[in-house]
Structures are given as C-alpha cells and as structure tokens.
Design a protein around this ligand. Sequence first.
Ligand code: HPA
Length: 271
Amino acid sequence: MTLKQLEESTAYLKQKGFDAPEIGIVLGTGLGKLVDEIENPIVAHYNHIPFFPLATVEFHSGKLIYGTMAGKTVVVMQGRFHLYEGYDLLDVTYPIRVMHALGIKKLFISNAAGAIDLSFKKGDLMLIKDHINLQGGSPLAFKNVAEFGDRFVDMGEPYDRSMQEKIRAIAQRENISLQEGVYVSVVGPQLETKAEYRMLKIIGADAVGMSTVPEVIVANHLRLPILAVSVLTDECDPDNLQPINIEEIIRIAGEAEPKMIKLFKELIKEI
Ligand code: HPA
C-alpha cells in the first residue's frame, strides 16, 4: 500500500461526487438495508475503485455509497472484506483509509456476532466497549506504516466514549435493548469448537465474530472516533451447541436490523 494508491482511490471517488462525507459506516453481514435510507445516493462498485482489493466471486456486490442521512453526508460500505475470504489485513482495512482520506470525521461499524455471554439472546444488539484481537496479526504491521501515521498506536480507549453515551441514551429513549461488552475477533470461516467457546468466555469475551477489529485498529491509527455495534445472531453455549446455520444467522441479523438502523440514524442526527 502506498499513499499514491490511496490518492488515486480517493480521486476516483471525489470525481464521482463523494464530496467530504462526515460519517463513514461499515455494514455487517445481513445488515445492508440501511442503504435504503440514504438520500441522493451515489454508488461506486468496489470493482471499479482503483486499488480497492480485487473482489472474490462471492463478493461481487460490494459497494461504497455516498449520500445524505438524517441531514448529514455519509459514506457507507455495503459489504466488507474479511480475512476468511483470503484477503490480507491491509486489504481488509484499505476502505477505512479511503473513507478517512475522503474526509470522514467519525466511523460507525456493525457486524453479526455470536453471543458468548449467555445472558444475551439471539437478536439482541451489543455495544462494543472493548475488543480482543485473536486474528493473529495487525493491519499496522507493514514496512512503510510510518508514512501513514504512528507505528505504536495507543489502544487504551479504542471506542469513543461520548458516542457510547449518546447511543445508550438513544436506546433507552427508543426502548431498544442494548447490551454492552467485549468483542473478540477470530479469523474463521469455521465456527468455534466447544472448547474454543469456553476459552473465549474465560479470556473475557462477550461476543465473537470474524471482522471489525482490524478496521478499529486502523481507525485508531487514523484517530477516527469509532462507534461499533454487534447484532447477536446465535448463542454460543458450549453445553448445548446447535449446528451452525448461516441462513438463520442472516435471518436473525435481518430481523434485528431495524433496531440498528434506528440507533445509527438517531446518532447521526445528534452528532
Ligand atoms: N462465531 C464466530 N463468528 C460469528 C458467530 C460465531 O458464533 N456468529 C456470527 N458470527
């Protein structure tokens, strides 16, 4: 990755009309409907953006969408890149750098995750307060990282406190139950064994998923304030583990999606 590549990606989008978006939003698996709320959308397919990671067959539909939501300009990633698709950590986080170069001042992230804390239920939302990186690498471990910012990035407070306070208040006001906890990222794509779910609980995780953490590390590198929410799509009970059902995970994410859209929209209004 070079600064020149980043400039070319950004120039392409600016010329399409992606003009100084205020907020970047990453939409997780099964959580694409928020894009229906974007006014005056301009769409850029990932495949057409110079230096964007080359899409896998499965991932032909990834798009970056620019427009207005709740009175603010946004740029939304419909579909993200995952390590389990064979991308590396620089690929996975490249779009975050592009959105930052376009000018975003805040980043919202959503994902689908499994509930490790068994007091949480399928379909609940969880505000991510902290995370554990179990993906075995860092998106900042590359030779010319110094061209992009510090090498040693502080991670003592990776999620923005004031946006957390705001979203808590919004959830309460809107009567949406919002759990809170620690998200652990794994590579996947296989799900966890019972022994792994037990381990994840012991090390302090409340939810597990296959994304988000690299994006959050890079957003911290860029000093972007982050707000992240998981939609809990399955309950990871090692003593009563159900066989994985991806259709069900996507269905549960879709059912919980209106709550997430509501929270994000209200938060956009208030920041
Ligand atoms: N494990 C990992 N990733 C996930 C899960 C899970 O149980 N559910 C949704 N994404």
